[in-house]
Design a protein around this ligand. Structure first.
Ligand code: CMP
Length: 141
């Protein structure tokens, strides 16, 4: 089924000037950017986005990293977009990511891991609504 998923190009990848190379991975693999904005997240916005991780030991470092510089936030649309995007990203820890994935090619560490992608339909719906009004999403479907 055609799905939408929320994707973030994180501060490490924006800093390395590889937004376009990451977007090409999406476009070359059947995903379409149907919404996008560059933002410098505040602690409140980053903390709210990652609210499910609030009790995890890495939460403070995660919020610190995600607020360290601008990010690109986008909605990707396509057939099985949620799983497809996770396949393109590779494992959360770049050291475990398969060769040829975005994290294997562009990421350094589990915090500076280049990209985020929604992990389920329910988180995709929540995460898209967190950053975009429906009038800001230009669906092709
Ligand atoms: P992301 O997909 O954005 O979701 C939560 C982020 O927390 C994750 O990518 C990692 O960058 C970061 N993180 C740091 N440590 C861990 C960990 N031990 N397990 C999972 N995620 C972690």
């Amino acid at each position: 089924a055609v799905q939408r998923t929320l994707s973030i190009v994180k501060p490490d990848a924006v800093g390395k000037n590889v937004i376009g190379r990451i977007y090409s991975r999406f476009e070359d693999n059947g995903l379409r950017v149907v919404a996008a904005k560059m933002l410098h997240l505040s602690e409140d916005v980053a903390g709210g986005f990652y609210a499910e991780h609030r009790e995890r030991p890495f939460f403070a470092d995660l919020v610190g990293f995600m607020t360290s510089g601008p990010v690109m936030v986008q909605v990707l649309e396509g057939e099985d977009a949620i799983a497809k995007n996770r396949e393109l990203m590779g494992a959360t820890n770049p050291k475990e990511a398969d060769a040829g994935t975005i994290r294997a090619d562009f990421a350094e560490s589990i915090d500076a891991n280049a990209v985020h992608g929604s992990d389920s339909e329910s988180s995709a719906a929540r995460e898209i609504a967190y950053f975009f009004a429906s009038s800001e999403v230009f669906s092709r479907a």
